[in-house]
Design a protein around this ligand. Structure first.
Ligand SMILES: Cc1cc2nc3c(=O)[nH]c(=O)nc-3n(C[C@H](O)[C@H](O)[C@H](O)COP(=O)(O)OP(=O)(O)OC[C@H]3O[C@@H](n4cnc5c(N)ncnc54)[C@H](O)[C@@H]3O)c2cc1C
Ligand SMILES: *[C@@H]1O[C@H](CO)[C@@H](O)[C@H](O)[C@H]1NC(C)=O
Ligand SMILES: *[C@@H]1O[C@H](CO)[C@@H](O)[C@H](O)[C@H]1NC(C)=O
Ligand SMILES: *[C@@H]1O[C@H](CO)[C@@H](O)[C@H](O)[C@H]1NC(C)=O
Ligand SMILES: *[C@@H]1O[C@H](CO)[C@@H](O)[C@H](O)[C@H]1NC(C)=O
Length: 487
């Protein structure tokens, strides 16, 4: 069930890192910048101000805690206009945000009190049968992409549940339903169209610009604004799967089934996400099963299907239908974090379940809405499918991110929940280390990590190369005016 909530105007704070070294323009200067943009762009683009529904939609995020009130919003409709806008923002040193699907939970990463750029008008999907690739607009959510590709009998390796944006997902890495087969979403990108901070519009591929190609595969908005993704497509007709939910009585049986799946599945077409959720005073495990084919071979999921469930939405269906069967719950305020391990053993799975119950109970008085941990037991070979990229920095170990997803109501509890996310992720890492897994310094996934995660923990040994590419492409640090993990 998707929980739609009205927009709460967040405190108008801008993270210090979003300001670079410059003094932010005053509100009146920002209004002048908005007016300048409006005059300079073509009729393909538009600027909106507080009071219009478009302004509200352009600032809105999946969790309203990462929604800010911008001076104005701009919806560019052409790469040439993005170029004009970026140059104006750079020359006036105006803080800005770039938003795709708005699903990042870190405040200020795709929001701003300056000029909010919403990429929503970049919404086309063009399938090229000859090259088996699709050109995809960065304003789309994956549901729209799958719907557009369905008539061609192909899919792309993108979001696993409904509503997630193409842009941030792809620019951060992208764990997907085909990850066991083809790797991360970045491993399926053949080209990016990029508007550089100096206004140049370039096509970035492995051949045309190996440094930027490496950097954009995990480097988010550090190098400019992406106006087109070209992704490999994969022939797929019907798939099988959906969500099966288990109540508290079945937890031991589900833990055993998860451990067995994690340690014995050898079919790369089979994947699961098991979310241990604590809500309304009790635990439930929601398991999304996926098989890339109309029927899974006997044995792959039978143990899960055999356990008494409280609800079940599992069938042979279209890929889009499977993705939409997973409709995540957004709380009023929320944040993600991550612990990386190597193996989901009975010990590490029990620790995840224990954390869910422990923090679910402990945070109840602080206004917890949801305390959730996602177990994603991919195969250990998933990083063998791609070339070097900003993320992941290490490809010779089968690191598995555990996604922590906490949601709560009162703004005054923000610090408590952020601290709990870190403490819990550290605890799970310790459990894995004590069980003999070498993960004390394992990479943390960019799209799940809290805003103050040290860049070294995300990008590892790639950081010096990323910083040198950044210095070449953006010597004036224009992209430093936008938030995010900054090289
Ligand atoms: C319900 C839910 C499910 C998720 N499932 C998965 C999953 O299965 N696998 C996974 O890997 N991750 C998953 N995530 C995490 C997801 O990948 C990130 O939240 C991702 O950043 C979302 O992309 P977006 O476009 O919606 O984000 P936004 O918030 O719009 O943007 C995120 C970042 O990308 C930058 N950006 C956006 N557009 C551009 C652009 N055109 N050019 C340059 N920079 C840009 C923004 O400035 C920002 O820093 C999930 C998140 C949620 C909330
Ligand atoms: C504003 O948003 C509405 C609803 O999304 C849309 O129909 C309309 O075209 C938008 N207006 C402009 C000028 O973009
Ligand atoms: C299903 O459950 C029954 C009864 O609990 C058990 O006998 C059987 O072995 C189970 N099958 C699988 C595949 O787990
Ligand atoms: C099952 O999921 C589909 C989305 O794929 C949804 O339309 C349908 O309502 C769901 N059925 C139930 C019983 O929840
Ligand atoms: C459960 O989690 C809490 C919090 O991390 C920890 O203190 C406790 O030792 C855990 N209990 C078990 C049995 O693992």
């Amino acid at each position: 069930m998707v929980w739609k909530i009205s927009t709460i105007i967040a405190l108008a704070t801008v993270l210090p890192s979003t300001l670079g070294t410059s003094v932010p323009p005053s509100t009146s200067n920002l209004q002048q910048v908005c007016a300048k943009i409006q005059r300079a762009v073509s009729s393909a683009s538009a600027v909106f101000y507080p009071g219009s529904a478009n302004y509200t939609a352009d600032n809105a995020h999946w969790v309203s805690s990462s929604t800010q009130s911008s001076a104005c919003t701009v919806e560019p409709g052409a790469a040439a206009d993005v170029s004009i806008i970026l140059q104006l923002l750079g020359s006036t040193k105006s803080p800005f945000g770039v938003k795709g699907g708005g699903h990042i939970t870190n405040i200020g990463f795709s929001s701003t009190t300056g000029v909010q750029i919403s990429m929503k008008r970049f919404s086309s999907v063009t399938y090229d049968k000859k090259t088996q690739t699709a050109d995809i607009g960065p304003g789309l959510v994956w549901d729209d992409v799958y719907a557009a590709l369905e008539p061609h009998g192909v899919i792309v390796a993108g979001g696993r549940v409904s509503g997630v944006g193409v842009a941030g997902f792809t620019l951060g890495g992208g764990y997907n339903w085909l990850t066991n087969q083809v790797g991360l979403t970045v491993d399926t990108v053949t080209a990016f169209e990029l508007v550089r901070p100096d206004g140049k519009i370039v096509s970035v591929s492995a051949a045309s610009n190996p440094d930027l190609f490496f950097g954009l595969k995990g480097g988010f908005n550090n190098f400019g604004i992406v106006t087109k993704f070209t992704l490999k497509t994969f022939a797929t007709d019907k798939v099988w799967g959906g969500v099966i939910a288990y109540g508290p009585d079945q937890i031991p049986a589900v833990e055993a089934a998860l451990a067995r799946f994690a340690n014995t599945n050898t079919d790369p077409k089979a994947e699961i996400i098991a979310a241990a959720n604590f809500m309304d005073g009790q635990i439930q495990i929601d398991n999304i099963m996926f098989y890339n084919g109309p029927t899974p071979p006997p044995g792959v999921f039978d143990e899960f299907l055999n356990i008494t469930s409280v609800s079940k939405n599992v069938s042979t269906r279209s890929f889009l239908s499977l993705v939409q069967a997973g409709a995540p719950t957004a709380g009023p305020r929320g944040a993600f974090h991550v612990a990386t391990i190597l193996d989901f053993t009975p010990t590490t799975i029990a620790a995840v379940v224990n954390e869910t119950i422990f923090w679910g109970n402990k945070l109840a008085d602080d206004g917890a809405f949801l305390v959730s941990y996602n177990i994603e037991p991919f195969m250990s070979s998933i990083y063998s499918h791609g070339a070097k990229s900003a993320y992941p920095p290490v490809r010779n170990a089968g690191y598995l991110p555990i996604n922590l997803n906490f949601a709560w109501t009162p703004a005054k509890s923000d610090a408590i929940f952020h601290a709990a996310l870190k403490q819990s992720a550290n605890h799970l890492t310790d459990v894995a280390v004590h069980a003999g897994q070498a993960v004390a310094q394992a990479p943390l996934y960019s799209n799940y990590a809290l805003a103050d995660t040290p860049l070294e923990r995300i990008y590892g040994d790639n950081l010096p190369r990323l910083r040198s590419i950044k210095a070449q492409v953006d010597p004036k640090n224009v992209m430093g005016l936008a938030g995010g993990f900054k090289f």
